[in-house]
Design a protein around this ligand. Structure first.
Ligand code: ADP
Length: 374
């Protein structure tokens, strides 16, 4: 029987999910406002609608067998109603609620005794100004932050004005050694599968991912800590799905949870080529009730993000693409967005190799060769 499964959001993550869906007996549905979004032409049924609107989400989901998300900013009240109607909603709306707001997310870690940077809740700038003794710290907006845009580093009292005049959390500054992403799959039976952890190298200026390497190179003891903590985060949320737990390893080797995403994640793009079952394949297995896949890595991998070059807005042109396509063990993913603008995520390139030096050599070469202009 063909199950009907819906995805809320039609961005690049939805697109990659649909590419993996082609291997399964499933009829796919996507809802998104923009009929030209990356996932629109890969699904069986596209619905134009607002994923934040109760009626749109409810009407989209009411005749489906299961529904998932590719972005957190969805109407979770409608998902509650769909769950009550018997539609499988993975991640469950309760888990989504906990995660969606950084205040409830941080409170969850505290209640579950999961190590995470110490924090105080702030309702507005006036309250933030009262926490000088907590500095240096990082201020994070409760809801609506993404790609580093809801995060401000507050080193001294002079920086307090940079904080958010909205509910948020002020988190102690961590002395970061490495930033790690750990993807975990969990099915209806509570069985879990865990991917090799990924080393995310951040651009210190933009607070954005620069490049990443999998598997992360860390002492065995640190790897055990990461695995135990990520499993505790995911099991406590009591929801089937795919979860990406982002963690800090500090200069003392302590492991702290930064944040969790209840969905397929940018840090797992390489699993398409580098692991036996990709994160996208795995989510279908969870959604459709099949056995979990094999998360082992076949080869080490690196990802380079392809973002719109500064100074160019308009129809996208991929400069240097031919040169990159000539390279061995390099896989180009273009998301099919018609228009580029500075900093817009337009695609990614996965490099696989037995040799980690080859990974960084090729990653640098690709960064120099390939540009999205207009
Ligand atoms: P986003 O959800 O926008 O990605 P994050 O909470 O992951 O935001 O923060 C973005 C980046 O800011 C992190 O990847 C890290 O480099 C830095 N950062 C966040 N929290 C802390 C912290 N407590 N201490 C030090 N750096 C932090």
């Amino acid at each position: 029987m063909m199950l009907k499964v819906g995805i809320l959001g039609g961005g690049q993550l939805g697109r990659m999910l649909l590419q993996a869906a082609a291997n399964y007996p499933v009829e796919t549905y996507v809802m998104e406002n923009d009929p030209e979004c990356p996932a629109a032409h890969l699904c069986h049924h596209f619905t134009k609608g607002d994923i934040r609107n109760y009626d749109d989400v409810f009407n989209f989901g009411k005749d489906l067998d299961a529904i998932t998300i590719e972005i957190e900013s969805v109407n979770e009240d409608a998902l509650d109603a769909l769950e009550q109607k018997g539609v499988k909603v993975y991640p469950r709306p309760s888990a989504l609620r906990t995660i969606k707001n950084k205040i409830t997310q941080k409170q969850y870690y505290k209640d579950q005794q999961i190590p995470s940077p110490e924090f105080v809740i702030t309702q507005n700038l006036t309250e933030l100004n009262g926490h000088v003794s907590f500095l240096p710290a990082v201020h994070k907006i409760g809801q609506g932050g993404y790609d580093g845009k809801g995060v401000q580093v507050i080193r001294t009292a002079a920086d307090l004005g940079k904080g958010f005049d909205a509910p948020g959390v002020l988190e102690k500054m961590v002395n970061i050694h490495k930033e790690i992403a750990q993807i975990v799959a969990i099915n209806e039976k509570g069985e879990t599968a865990i991917y090799p952890p990924v080393d995310m190298v951040m651009d210190p200026q933009l607070n954005l991912l620069d490049y990443q390497i999998s598997p992360a190179e860390l002492p065995q003891q640190t790897l055990w800590k990461i695995e135990a903590i990520a499993l505790a985060v995911v099991k406590g949320l009591k929801s089937p799905g795919i979860f990406a737990v982002e963690l800090f390893v500090d200069k003392n080797g302590d492991v702290l949870v930064n944040e969790t995403a209840p969905r397929v994640h940018n840090s797992g793009h390489h699993t398409i080529e580098a692991n036996y079952s990709s994160q996208f394949d795995m989510l279908w297995r969870v959604m459709l009730g099949y056995p979990l896949g094999n998360t082992d890595h076949i080869l080490s991998a690196s990802i380079v993000n392809l973002v719109g070059a500064d100074g160019f807005s308009g129809p996208a042109v991929y400069e240097g693409l031919e040169e990159v396509l000539k390279m061995e063990n390099v896989f180009v993913h273009i998301y099919g967005k018609k228009e580029t603008k500075p900093g817009r995520k337009m695609g990614h390139i996965t490099i696989v190799s037995k040799d980690r030096q080859d990974l960084s050599f090729k990653a640098h070469r690709i960064k120099n060769l390939l540009k999205v202009v207009s």
